[in-house]
Design a binder for this molecule. Structure first.
Ligand SMILES: C[S@@+](CC[C@H](N)C(=O)[O-])C[C@H]1O[C@@H](n2cnc3c(N)ncnc32)[C@H](O)[C@@H]1O
Length: 270
């Protein structure tokens, strides 16, 4: 196996790993969560959604046991100091699956990017390569600790802000961003329109919003519904949801561009 096909193989394995909570949810979940899990399990097993319950019934104790095992190790991981040391680098590796740089081009002078929920901010190098000039980059994440460091990217001047929109507002003096970048972030929020209502008044110089998300129906999305539902309590971000956001932004349109096999970039010009 070469390095080039290891990425997709990893995604397949990740999908199977996520099948355990999806199966558990399909057995024990309620309402929309159950339906979503049934849809995921149907995809994994290659059967019709109406047959999922019948198939899982025969293995329900096994699935419950596998789920306890899974939760045992997950909670150990989440409680550990090493969580960010594995989680953010894992997201950076996912960023390597992006093959199209074009959507990272930004047509503004003195590019200043605000990346909310940035983690290791792995897409800095894509913005740098696509625009071929120095950038200012403000990365905000609620998990940053005071002495957190992220890998450097040449010609990108980076400021880390620990917290959320409120911390960003208080973290003066910072250059005013003209680009808002949200990568794999919106599913973490429980009220997406409220987030935009809160953040946009803080960004008077804003020209562009770029939203990077996982494409539906790829190995990355496959089974991801469970993860999204856990975070957002059922509110799944879809491209169509941009309509209500665009109405609140008073912006005429957005465009969606493929970043490769697994990701899509939505760009809103203001
Ligand atoms: C799935 S990760 C994405 C990381 C990075 N953007 C990437 O694509 O590699 C979501 C990140 O959002 C952060 N996050 C979630 N809710 C947040 C909030 N309300 N304010 C700031 N950061 C938040 C999490 O700590 C996590 O690092």
């Amino acid at each position: 196996m070469t390095n080039t096909n290891l990425g997709p193989k990893m995604l397949d394995m990740l999908t199977q790993y996520r099948a355990v909570p999806a199966m558990y949810r399909a057995l024990t979940g309620l309402g929309a969560v159950k339906q979503c899990a049934e849809k995921d399990v149907a995809k994994i097993l290659g059967i019709a959604p109406e047959n999922v319950q019948h198939v899982l019934e025969g293995f329900k104790d096994w699935i419950k046991y596998a789920m306890s095992d899974f939760l045992h190790y997950t909670s150990k991981l989440l409680d550990s100091d090493e969580f960010e040391d594995s989680y953010w680098p894992r997201m950076s590796e996912e960023a390597r699956l992006v093959t199209n740089l074009e959507p990272f081009k930004v047509d503004v002078d003195k590019i200043t990017i605000l990346d909310m929920g940035a983690g290791n901010a792995p897409y800095r190098k894509n913005f740098r390569a696509a625009n071929n000039k120095s950038l200012r980059y403000i990365a905000v994440d609620k998990r940053y600790t005071r002495n957190r460091q992220v890998p450097e990217v040449k010609n990108v001047s980076l400021t880390l802000v620990c917290g959320d929109t409120e911390s960003y507002r208080l973290a003066h003096p910072l250059p005013a961003p003209n680009v808002l970048f949200l990568a794999n972030f919106l599913h973490c929020l429980q009220d997406i329109p409220a987030f935009f209502e809160e953040i946009l008044p803080l960004l008077p110089e804003l020209k562009v919003i770029k939203i990077l998300e996982v494409k539906p129906d790829t190995a990355l999305d496959f089974c991801f519904d469970y993860h999204m539902f856990e975070h957002s309590r059922g509110q799944r971000f879809e491209a169509e949801q941009m309509d209500s956001i665009l109405n609140s932004l008073d912006s005429p349109s957005f465009k969606a561009e493929s970043l490769g096999d697994y990701h899509v970039m939505l760009t809103v010009e203001l």
